[in-house]
Structures are given as structure tokens and as C-alpha cells.
Design a binder for this molecule. Sequence first.
Ligand SMILES: *Cc1c(COP(=O)(O)O)cnc(C)c1O
Length: 368
Amino acid sequence: MEIKFLDLQKINMLHQEEIENNLLKTFRSGWYLQGGETKNFEKNLAEYIGAKHTIGVANGLDALRLIIRAYKELGIFQDGDEIIVPANTYIASVLAITDNNLTPVFVEPDVNNQNIDISKIENNISEKTKAIMTVHLYGKIAYNEQLSDILNKYDLKLIEDNAQAIGAVYNGIKTGNLGDASGFSFYPGKNLGALGDGGAVSTNNDELASVIRAIANYGSNEKYINTYKGLNSRLDEIQASILDVKLKYIDQENNKRRQIAERYSKEIINSKIILPETKEGNLEHVWHLYVIRSSERDRLQKYLAEKGIQTLIHYPIPPHLQKCYEEYSEFKFPITEQLSAEVLSLPISPVLDEESVEYIINALNSFN
Ligand SMILES: *Cc1c(COP(=O)(O)O)cnc(C)c1O
């Protein structure tokens, strides 16, 4: 048996006819940027999230960069201000902050759910703190009442990095609509994946939306009038037309992921393996990744590879230990560092069949 970590071809072939029709339609239309497909997808995405505005952009990193940049243009953030961010995240969350000359203040995760430990945020707030960037890592919701209380008490903005969690629901509200603005990624491997790069911002704030839209389009809301020193970060018509097909099926596909996660959580039983926390209650996670832990992670990964099961590590080196962030290399985040040595992501996707799930569970249960 050969089980890929993620079979993108199979995932996209689920909607072959509709995707091919839209590709051809867009190709033949002669209109490839800033047209009806993007508008239509933005409208449908906004409706899906429940947010007033969504703005299609070039990728997930740009979505986050643009939010922070727009707050700077509005005079709400200044150079040197601080944004609280989880130490255990993909580097894009941090790059979006440093690229704007703001300072990331890292907070350790909760070892059991790998998301930011909300109880440790308040100690890290200073005079310069302007926002909290919460990351719904692995498709698991990183938000609760305590976080909401902190935001109110200190009058902070909440920026969501929703790159891994489209479709997740907290208490009836979709992630991406819990805070002031949110960044989405449509990188091919994400739960809602394009056939290339893509991203979006969502917000309920009219002014912020308008500034982001302008900055993403050379700083211009009106042709040849440049209000900001902008960038070029646009979602193209072809990607938008494909994403619009896939958006219709996102709940269905996330449900498949939930079913697989449930089986893993029930049936993987091995004292050498720690399973992810599955506490649901008012939380509907979307299981972008199903991440187990083991103190013998590298041996486990090799063992699974020998059985034809491909796994990945998200992430082997935390942002503060990356070469590009030498200035943070003295920081100590023992929980984050422990996770980077122990985590292992199992195959999970809407096209992973029962037989493969069974095979993976059996392999894990016989690891010794
Ligand atoms: C994928 C990802 C991003 C960046 O998305 P791109 O589209 O690749 O730029 C940001 N944050 C997290 C948590 C991600 O997983």
C-alpha cells in the first residue's frame, strides 16, 4: 500500500467537470484580472463566512501583510508597535508582522492543543501592544471567551490567521469572522485550495476593506489615482472561478476530514503516541492537519514510510529559531521547541478512503 500525505490530483478531480468548465469559460472570456469571477467569488466567500467584505489577494501571506499595512495607513498601528503571535505557527504569521516593521511578541502554545495558550497572553501585553494575531493552527479554533475579554480590556485588534481553518465554527460564528480582520490562504494544499496561489482578507470594517483593496491594487481605488504606496496583490480570474466551485463543497469536504479525525482519535491506541486534543463543545474544528506526538517521532516517521505511509512535520523549526530571525535566537520557548521535535502529521483529506484509514491505524497500533 502507498498512501500519499495529500493526493491533490484526486482532490481536484472530485470536481473535474465543473472546474474544467470554469477554466474554459474564463479562458475564452478574454478577461483575466479584476473581473466578474473574482467579484462573484468574493461575494460568495463573504456570504459563507458571514463577513461584510472579502478581498481576493495573491496569497495568504499577503492577506496578513495587507491587514497590518492598512492599519498603519489608518494611523492605528505605528512602526515598533507589538503584535502578540503564537510561537508555534507557520512563519508567514510572523513575517506579516516584521515585514511591516512591527514587533512580534511570541506566546507559547498549550502543549495539548498546540494553539496559543490564551492564559499566557495577558502577561505579554505592554504599552506598545496593538493587536493579537490568533492562528487556528491545524484547523483547530484558537479563540475563547477569555481571549475576547482580553481584547476588550486592553482595546486590542484581533487579526485571525485563518489559512488552515476555513469552515471552522466557534459558537455559531465562522473563524474569519471572530475578530477585526482575517487572512485566508488558497495554497493548493489548504482545505480550500486553488490551482496555484491565492488568498483573501475578510472584515466587517468598511474603511479597512477599502484601504486593503486599494493597497493590494497599487494603492489605488480609482484608476491612475494612487493614494498609498501600494503593492500588486490580486487574486486572478482563473483561480477565483475554480475556488468558487470548490467553495460549494467545503463543508462536505471538511466533514469527511472530521470523520477521519474521529476514527483516528477513537482507534489509535499506542502508549508511544499522544493524540491531539479533540475537545469540541461549541467548537467545530476542520482538521486541516491531524497531528500526533511521539517522543520517538523520527523513528515512527521512518517506520510509517517503510509501510508506504507518507507523513509530514508541521513544523520542524519554529520561527524564532529560523536563520532569518537571528535576533530571536536567544529566546526560549520550551513547549514550542518540544512540539517541533515531537509532532507528526498523518494523512487526512476528503479523498482518503476507509481502507487507507484502517491501514494507517493498524500500522500506528503495531508500532513498538
Ligand atoms: C499557508 C499558511 C499561510 C500563508 O499562506 P500562503 O498562501 O502560502 O502565503 C499563513 N499562515 C498559515 C498558518 C498557513 O498555514
